[in-house]
Design a protein around this ligand. Structure first.
Ligand SMILES: Nc1ncnc2c1ncn2[C@@H]1O[C@H](COP(=O)(O)OP(=O)(O)OP(=O)(O)O)[C@@H](O)[C@H]1O
Length: 271
């Protein structure tokens, strides 16, 4: 049986930040002395924005994941007005802020993050989970500076079809057999965008007008700035991820064997 948590199990510490729906606090579980982050969400706000369903899915998915580069969700509890999520504490905070501070990362640091994220995505996809929202704002940093995927609000579990089709796989057309892998390749695209942003400090299809960004994405209008100077190996990798035909994007296990990753990524995941 899983433990039923209550607020009295924790000593609440300093605020770590606030989001759209609630506040995050440092906390200590009294019995174990374990340090965690507690996210407090107001039920009224969740209802108003009609995101209860999304939150339930997020909790359901994230609580079953175990990977160094995925933020752990240990459990949850609620009272009359609030929902509490017990999260792994990411001691070094938001990656987004680091990127703002440095403007752009070194190739070693970028490659280390990208390799760690590729490993986390391989793990997720193996569990039929597609993240669909990989971006700097959703990444946190652990004690050693290791990157952690934190926000599962847009993730989906693509298992339902398999369960419901159980036993009748013989009749599935190729596009449906392939669709899980096909869907997962959205995360490869996002990882390519992220890699560009890590190295240049700006996302690749940025434009003043929304409509222009849209057009640049659809056309895959990929241009590498001349500044900062970035290795051709990294550009080669990015070009292999940002491919319009999703079936032609570099598979994540191949990404891990790419020369730029081999030469630059720290295998420990610490940068
Ligand atoms: N597990 C954690 N460890 C350390 N800091 C955290 C943790 N979770 C959240 N934070 C901090 O608290 C802030 C608010 O987090 P929260 O997830 O509520 O909102 P968000 O993801 O920034 O925004 P949104 O509400 O739009 O999803 C984060 O930006 C981060 O600085």
């Amino acid at each position: 049986m899983e433990k039923r948590w209550t607020l009295s199990d924790f000593e609440i510490g300093k605020p770590l930040g606030r989001g759209k729906f609630g506040h995050v606090f440092l906390a200590r579980e009294k019995k174990s002395n374990h340090i965690v982050a507690i996210k407090v969400l107001f039920k009224s706000q969740l209802k108003q924005s009609q995101v209860e369903h999304q939150l339930r899915r997020e909790v359901e998915i994230q609580s079953h994941l175990r990977h160094t580069n995925i933020l752990r969700l240990y459990g949850y509890f609620y009272d009359q007005t609030r929902v509490y999520l017990i999260l792994e504490h990411a001691a070094k905070g938001e990656l987004y802020k680091e990127l703002q501070k440095c403007k752009y990362f070194s190739e070693k640091r970028a490659a280390t993050y990208i390799a760690s994220l590729a490993r986390a995505l391989i793990y997720l996809h193996g569990k039929h989970v597609i993240h669909r929202d990989i971006k700097p704002e959703n990444l946190l940093l652990g004690t050693q500076g290791e990157v952690k995927i934190a926000d599962f609000g847009w993730s989906v579990h693509t298992f339902n079809r398999r369960k419901t089709m159980c036993g009748t796989l013989d009749y599935l057309p190729p596009e449906m057999v392939e669709s899980v892998e096909h869907d997962a390749s959205v995360d490869i695209w996002s990882l390519g965008v992220l890699c560009f942003e890590f190295l240049y400090g700006v996302p690749p299809f940025e434009a003043k007008e929304h409509s222009d960004t849209y057009r640049r994405i659809v056309e895959v209008d990929l241009k590498f700035p001349s500044n900062p100077i970035v290795s051709s190996a990294s550009k080669d990798l990015i070009s292999k991820m940002l491919v319009k035909d999703s079936s032609q994007r570099l598979p994540l296990h191949k990404l891990l064997e790419h020369p730029w990753i081999i030469q630059n990524a720290d295998p420990s995941g610490i940068s």
